[in-house]
Design a protein around this ligand. Structure first.
Ligand code: MN
Length: 488
């Protein structure tokens, strides 16, 4: 890797940008790491440059890329953070300091794990870009993991799967997540990895390519006939770790998971996306149940695309994702790409997603180890999205109940909930909600307290806390009443 390659890539994404900052960051880092070698035998600066290159790929801003080049300078050389502050200013100083402070998170048992996770969240709440750098740093460390002894390979892989990968997912940085996971998978479950790789990458490859060419030829011609140009058709590769997980979780065989052939089409405009959808549906018969318009109605996490599955040639199911370049970048690079496009459109920059603010709030009154447990329960668990009758979207943890929903809407609605309509049908308050349910809570005005039995089934922190605080209050009230009666 060279600094020239990074600058070239950066300029491609940010045309006309002044990149002298990157050159001077390189100048210092190169001098600082002079003579240092990685375990792999490479010059140390290679690690810094690779880290910075991945940052460029995910569309990070120039300060983040510069901080990526400098990220190991204060830790491993005689050049200090102070010097970085003097030469590069407050912002880059804070980023490098943030990365240095995270230090080497070492996986040693549950306690340490919680502490590390907490550190990550604290850093993230201050400035998420620190985590971007840490991810790219980690990805390159994983790519060079071969050079380390097996016990370290093991530790780093485990730690990545348990801490880094889930957080990357939270931030929508799927490509990084998948890349990290596949490498860890290879080190932790080598035999299974080899088996899947053999099946997916080697045995199925020719078949996949042939089928892809077939579809591509038919579709390209029709798209051109309809005046649609500048499209890109890609095969969507499944990453091996996700296949492995699915097989394990659902007890399925490889072929059952592999059965759908997945393609992606990237187009210049939204208009082109809909036109392309129309063209696809005139060539092949769509499976109406599997059509989703996430462009008109984005997923609550911001994801946009058209999804359709058609009955393709040779009786195969073919799933298409149709989207613009911006939608595509945001869907694979997550928050980082989101900021890039926001800054391009000059609207609010670096706006933090809602849940980071939530973490910040909870973070302020950390007093127990439960903090991490709560976060894990509320955020790491799979999420579902349900709707109010007006169409407002609420994101809840899996298996949430109407009571969780009621508290998510408003504390008063939770406290006074008595009945629920789910998709216009009467249901019960313990019912585990499913993605896409429309939930209408019926309240009783005169009701004062929530039912403490709800504690047995609610899932969210908000619902639990509200019910508990009333439960305490009602106990106190009845004790008071009891005492006053005794006194009479
Ligand atoms: Mn590093």
């Amino acid at each position: 890797m060279t600094i020239e390659r990074i600058i070239k890539k950066f300029k491609k994404i940010h045309p006309g940008a002044d990149t002298s900052l990157l050159s001077s960051a390189y100048y210092l880092a190169n001098k600082a790491h002079q003579g240092q070698k990685r375990k792999s035998g490479e010059d140390y600066i290679q690690h810094s440059l690779h880290t910075a290159y991945v940052l460029t790929q995910i569309k990070a801003d120039i300060n983040t890329v510069a901080a990526g080049i400098l990220h190991d300078v204060p830790e491993d050389t005689k050049h200090t953070l102070k010097e970085i502050k003097q030469k590069f200013g407050e912002d880059i100083y804070n980023l490098v300091k943030g990365v240095t402070k995270l230090g080497t998170l070492k996986y040693r048992g549950e306690e340490k794990y919680r502490e590390n996770l907490r550190k990550m969240f604290v850093a993230m709440a201050k400035d998420v870009r620190v985590i971007f750098i840490k991810f790219c740093d980690r990805l390159h460390n994983l790519r060079t993991l071969e050079a380390l002894p097996p016990n370290k390979q093991n530790r780093i892989s485990k730690e990545t799967l348990e801490i880094y990968a889930p957080i990357a997912g939270l931030l929508g940085m799927w490509r990084l997540k998948w890349q990290m996971e596949d490498i860890c998978f290879k080190f932790l479950h080598n035999e299974e990895y080899q088996k899947l790789e053999q099946k997916y990458e080697i045995e199925k490859k020719a078949e996949r390519n042939q089928y892809f060419q077939k579809i591509k030829n038919i579709l390209s011609e029709k798209l051109k006939n309809h005046g649609i140009e500048n499209f890109e058709i890609q095969v969507r590769f499944k990453h091996l770790y996700s296949i492995y997980q699915k097989m394990k979780k659902k007890g399925k065989r490889f072929n059952e998971i592999y059965d759908v052939f997945a393609l992606r089409i990237i187009l210049p405009t939204i208009d082109d996306c809909y036109k392309t959808l129309g063209v696809i549906h005139t060539i092949w018969k769509p499976q109406t149940k599997r059509f989703k318009d996430y462009i008109a109605v984005a997923k609550p996490n911001g994801y946009q695309s058209l999804h359709t599955t058609i009955f393709g040639p040779e009786g195969k199911n073919v799933e298409f994702q149709i989207r613009t370049q911006k939608m595509h970048d945001e869907s694979i690079y997550g928050l980082s790409a989101h900021w890039y496009y926001k800054s391009k459109s000059n609207s609010q920059k670096n706006k933090q997603p809602h849940w980071i603010k939530e973490i910040l709030k909870i973070q302020k009154n950390i007093n127990t180890k439960n903090f991490i447990e709560e976060i894990k329960l509320d955020i790491f668990r799979n999420r579902i999205f349900v709707y109010s009758p007006k169409g407002d979207v609420f994101e809840l943890p899996e298996k949430s109940t109407p009571i969780d929903f009621a508290y998510a809407v408003h504390t008063e609605i939770g406290n006074k909930a008595t009945q629920v309509l789910i998709n216009d049908k009467m249901s019960n308050l313990e019912y585990p909600l499913k993605n896409g349910d429309i939930v209408e809570i019926i309240t009783e005005k005169n009701r004062k307290y929530p039912n403490r039995n709800w504690l047995k089934f609610v899932k969210t922190k908000k619902a639990k806390e509200n019910i508990k605080s009333y439960a305490k209050k009602t106990t106190l009230d009845s004790i008071k009443k009891f005492i006053s009666r005794e006194n009479k």
